[in-house]
Design a protein around this ligand. Structure first.
Ligand code: ASP
Length: 604
């Protein structure tokens, strides 16, 4: 195989995927990768690929025996430039699955620009490929149409975002990567400083403090497509570095942010996937979301709601319920239309799942032949049964699942998880619909058992509702915040708040969080100081770009929409990061590794 040089005459005149009938009879130059070669009846066919698609190229020994001979050396993923003439494929040989499938290019000249090893997996059919292999050879993986589409979709979302916000007076400001620990509550990634030995920068968990300081600086409307870093144990679908569309505005209320983001989402969906979202988006208070759906990010594509059965059982004699009610608890039910088709085994599995989630028990009550069945039916009074059937509109084939607990939130959240599980099992999710909603009125703080103190649900710069402010020193758990989350199909895709813009209120909050004035000064002194120099009321939001693109692209994981993602263990399989460094690099940083760290001990 003789490799050639890429000269001017080999510059492409057409992309592979763009060859059409209007090119018939034309001489064109294509540049691309050989995806597949087939030798058939003396002819050689290759499918030539570039990011726009595939086109068939034919080498005919009768037209040019030397070129045909050379084509025999072509292998998958060789890079070539080909000159040839476009013609309609002979009748019966068209390929309707290709956009170029009615035409082919008869090769007249070719230069091989690069050879290729045999790829470690088939680039056509990666569904069956072990993901780690795809990540190790990401450059090959990226040559697949699915990855190309995902990256282009991501780019379209980023462009739309910049245009949309730019047109509304937002300016993009970059904030530092090497900074001080920020307050989102996760573990920081630390970077040792050579110039200040023994001191560390932290990579930002978000640009939160900087964007607030930009408001103090009079920027008025800021945005940034910002990288954020959180050193968490990587649950399910998280990445140690991820991207936010980060926004902050001055002299506004919650309604301004909600209005902006609704307009943005409607425009985005229309522009990138041609879907019309309905406005205004649904709004639920946190309490209502938990009560009705058992989640603060409910998937409203599931047509099931949790009901409060406590009044029906107010004078019950069923002992477990009596005990829960005496303890001030709640009895909640989830009616599953068609749930009667679940087998005994499946019901038992559901009950086990509820127990895993912390339920003392979950009682399944099937409804058949106009009657309640199951073990509970015998224990309830006729009136209780009648009320259940009437109030829940139970029909034959339905299934009622009941959870009772002294902890209201726990009872609802257990049924919330069960709701998702049964909906999946019974195919109740409206897969093709898009359900967006706002969740508001979150509590400002929650009690952290482990730490034995109140902690912020969002972050400590979230403003309390004005009317709840006086509760802050007395009853912190009752204070509601001015935060809002946006949820799409059961995924939290963003969240934000109106911020505290008064240094005094900010100090009060640190106090409620048991952050001493000294500690507050050490960590956030610069913010407190900034707040004391004339701060406009302000607020904002951050949308998770990775998750948004994943949902728009109907992908199962955010790794499918990130060019170079990390594994669940935080590794980049392509580059091998994280990796050892030279002893001399450590010396410069005055760092000495502990013995057990030297062999890369597995601490997870
Ligand atoms: N900085 C917040 C976060 O990363 C978002 C915000 O409050 O704007 O969750």
């Amino acid at each position: 195989m003789k490799k050639g040089i890429f000269e001017e005459r080999w510059r492409r005149t057409k992309y592979c995927g763009h060859v059409r009938g209007t090119d018939e009879g034309e001489n064109i130059v294509l540049n691309g990768w050989v995806r597949r070669r087939r030798d058939l009846g003396g002819l050689i066919f290759i499918e030539l690929w570039d990011h726009t698609g595939l086109v068939q190229v034919v080498f005919n020994p009768e037209e040019d025996p030397n070129l045909h001979e050379e084509a025999k050396s072509l292998r998958s993923e060789y890079v070539v430039a080909i000159k040839g003439k476009v013609r309609r494929r002979p009748e019966g040989t068209e390929n309707p699955s290709l956009e170029t499938g009615e035409w082919e290019v008869i090769a007249e000249e070719m230069v091989i620009l690069s050879s290729a090893e045999l790829p470690p997996f088939d680039l056509w059919d990666t569904d069956k490929v072990y993901e780690n292999l795809r990540l190790q050879y990401r450059y090959l993986d990226i040559r697949r149409s699915q990855m190309q589409e995902a990256l282009r979709l991501r780019s379209a979302v980023a462009s739309f975002t910049r245009n949309f916000l730019g047109a509304r007076g937002f300016i993009e400001v970059e904030t530092p990567m090497l900074t001080k620990s920020t307050p989102e509550g996760a573990r920081d990634f630390l970077v040792p400083s050579r110039l200040a030995p023994g001191k560390f920068y932290a990579l930002p968990q978000s640009p939160q403090l900087f964007k607030q300081i930009l408001m103090v600086g009079g920027v008025d409307r800021y945005y940034q497509i910002a990288k954020c870093f959180r050193d968490e144990d990587l649950r399910a679908d998280r990445q140690p570095e991820f991207t936010q569309i980060d926004i902050e505005m001055s002299f506004i209320t919650e309604e301004d942010v909600i209005e902006l983001i609704e307009e943005y989402m409607v425009g985005l969906f229309e522009a990138v996937i041609g879907v019309a979202l309905e406005r205004p988006f649904v709004r639920l208070s946190y309490k209502e979301a938990i009560e009705r759906f058992g989640s603060d990010k409910p998937d409203l594509r599931i047509p099931l709601e949790i009901k409060d059965l406590t009044p029906i059982f107010s004078s019950t004699s069923f002992v477990p319920f009596v005990k829960v009610l005496e303890g001030g608890g709640t009895i909640r039910g989830l009616l599953v239309p068609g749930g009667g088709e679940l087998s005994r085994k499946e019901l038992a599995e559901l009950e086990d799942y509820a127990k895993e989630l912390g339920a003392k028990g979950m009682v399944p009550c099937p409804f058949k032949e106009q009657n309640m069945k199951g073990p509970l039916a015998k224990k309830l009074s006729d009136e209780e049964k009648h009320n259940l059937v009437e109030q829940l509109h139970m029909k034959d084939g339905d299934l009622l699942l009941i959870v009772a607990d002294t902890d209201f939130k726990k009872a609802c959240e257990i049924l919330g998880q069960i709701r998702i599980k049964v909906a999946n099992r019974l195919g109740l999710i409206e897969e093709d619909s898009w359900k967006v909603l706002w969740v508001t009125d979150f509590p400002l703080l929650e009690w952290d058992e482990e730490e034995g103190r109140w902690v912020s649900i969002h972050h400590p710069f979230t403003a309390p509702k004005n009317e709840d402010l006086e509760l802050l020193p007395k009853d912190p758990g009752k204070v509601r915040s001015r935060a809002y989350d946006i949820v799409l199909n059961g995924n939290e895709i963003g969240g934000g708040s109106i911020r505290i813009h008064d240094a005094g209120v900010q100090r009060m909050l640190f106090e409620a969080l048991s952050i001493t004035p000294e500690k507050a000064k050490e960590r956030f002194g610069f913010l407190l100081e900034a707040l004391s120099y004339g701060t406009p009321p302000h607020g904002g939001i951050a949308l998770g770009l990775d998750r948004l693109v994943m949902l728009l692209g109907k992908k199962k994981s955010i790794r499918e929409v990130i060019a170079f993602p990390k594994t669940q263990r935080g590794q980049c399989l392509m580059t091998g990061a994280p990796s050892d460094v030279e002893e001399s690099q450590l010396e410069e940083l005055f760092i000495k590794l502990k013995e057990e760290a030297k062999d890369g001990a597995d601490v997870c």
